[in-house]
Ligand binder design. Structure first.
Ligand SMILES: [Zn+2]
Length: 100
């Protein structure tokens, strides 16, 4: 019988092994590149609405941590950056991203 779990573990080990080499590359990244990578991990507004429907009323989104409606928007690398990050003014939680 084929040991499927064993195969999956091996696949996972390979994946983790590949990931481990990444931080070495990351050392050479500029701050802006690191920010861009982090930015890609932030939910889009649409994803936020889909994932946290309880925090979206009539297209009005609130913080998923503290339900504050006081959400600030800022540019990723500079004030005028078209990549926008939306975070809670109250608790600081990063909520979603958008692009101008
Ligand atoms: Zn909050």
């Amino acid at each position: 019988m084929i040991n499927i779990l064993g195969q999956i573990n091996l696949m996972l080990a390979n994946l983790v092994g590949k990931r481990k080499s990444k931080p070495v590359v990351n050392k050479n990244l500029t701050v802006n590149q690191s920010k861009a990578q982090a930015y890609d991990k932030i939910l889009t507004r649409q994803e936020y609405q889909t994932k946290f429907p309880n925090f979206c009323n009539d297209n009005h989104l609130v913080c998923r941590d503290c339900q504050s409606q006081d959400i600030k928007e800022w540019g990723l690398t500079s004030r005028d950056d078209e990549k926008r990050v939306h975070s809670c003014s109250h608790c600081g939680q990063v909520l979603w991203r958008s692009e101008k």
